[in-house]
Ligand binder design. Structure first.
Ligand SMILES: NC(=O)c1ccc[n+]([C@@H]2O[C@H](COP(=O)([O-])OP(=O)(O)OC[C@H]3O[C@@H](n4cnc5c(N)ncnc54)[C@H](O)[C@@H]3O)[C@@H](O)[C@H]2O)c1
Length: 275
């Protein structure tokens, strides 16, 4: 059984990292895909990999006009929409509040909140009538480290990812009984290109710059499953929540954290045991 057979699924922020991995999995589950991303270069790479069958749309998910144009393109190509998966985001460079220059605070706040929170709300608003018609689903992206804990980012990132829990809950309430709204809060994602904000001059810094061994060391030290997932590994969870087969949940954000939050961080995990 393919979970998304014949469903039309929009993935925003699907150009790289998590969204691209989820897109590959949704294709394998039979979905017809529309992928929206702000980066034309990333969409070109996806076209080379996936061909022209997914609708690849360049647009900024914080901008109403771009979302409306994407909606028109989806109506032209598919005529309907069954699910919207939101995967866009930026990081804040882990900058603590006292180190954010006062003259850059407004711009940094707006940039991180617009991409990480406003774009999800606005996309849901633009597509809700189409999703209503199909008894569809929305799946948004939090972060286990930043939606539930401190130290999964700096203040701005952490506040936006906590906000996603509230967006999921409120939209699940407002959009019931027709559209289910859930979230996924991943932990680490191998292959992520998550970048920092322009407003803090960190746009050319990316999570991809952190050597994989450094990540792997902390995963080995802290994560009960001792495993760093790639983006594709989160695909089955997103596909299930986006599909008509998941009728029993709405308003829930699933912590997909490899067991990190299931422990008190005082001791390393079975230090002698290698996976
Ligand atoms: N990297 C991690 O370890 C990690 C952990 C937990 C949660 N997350 C979350 O996962 C999501 C995906 O991040 P990723 O790590 O795959 O990073 P990524 O940078 O590889 O993917 C994010 C994508 O969003 C796109 N994008 C950014 N702004 C956009 C906009 N305004 N409109 C449309 N597209 C836009 C980017 O071009 C990129 O393709 C983010 O919400 C991030 O906060 C990441």
């Amino acid at each position: 059984m393919q979970l998304l057979k014949d469903d039309v699924v929009l993935i925003t922020g699907g150009g790289s990292g998590l969204g691209a991995g989820v897109a590959r999995h949704c294709l394998a589950e039979g979905a017809q895909l529309a992928i929206m991303d702000i980066s034309a270069a990333k969409l070109d790479n996806l076209r080379a990999e996936l061909g022209d069958s997914p609708l690849l749309f360049r647009g900024d998910a914080t901008k109403l006009a771009d979302l409306q144009a994407c909606r028109e393109a989806i109506i032209d190509r598919f005529g309907r929409l069954n699910a919207f998966i939101g995967a866009q985001g930026i990081w804040d460079g882990n900058v603590p509040l006292r180190d954010i220059p006062l003259d850059k605070f407004d711009a940094a706040f707006d940039e991180v909140f617009h991409i990480n929170v406003k774009s999800y709300m606005l996309t849901a608003r633009v597509f809700i009538d189409m999703l209503d018609k199909e008894n569809g689903a929305i799946v948004l992206t939090g972060s286990s480290g930043a939606s539930y804990c401190a130290d999964g980012g700096g203040l701005l990132y952490t506040a936006t990812k906590h906000a996603i829990l509230g967006v999921v809950r409120q939209l699940a309430f407002e959009f019931a009984p027709t559209v289910r709204v859930n979230g996924v809060a991943p932990a680490v994602i191998g292959g992520s290109q998550l970048r920092g904000p322009v407003a803090l001059g960190l746009e050319s810094q990316s999570q991809a710059d952190i050597p994989k061994e450094i990540f792997q060391q902390s995963v080995d030290h802290l994560s009960p499953l001792k495993w760093m997932p790639d983006a594709e590994d989160y695909g089955p969870l997103y596909a299930l929540l986006a599909s008509r087969h998941s009728r029993v949940m709405t308003g829930t954000t699933v912590a997909a954290d490899q067991g990190l939050m299931n422990r008190n961080i005082l001791t390393p995990v079975n230090p002698g045991v290698k996976k």
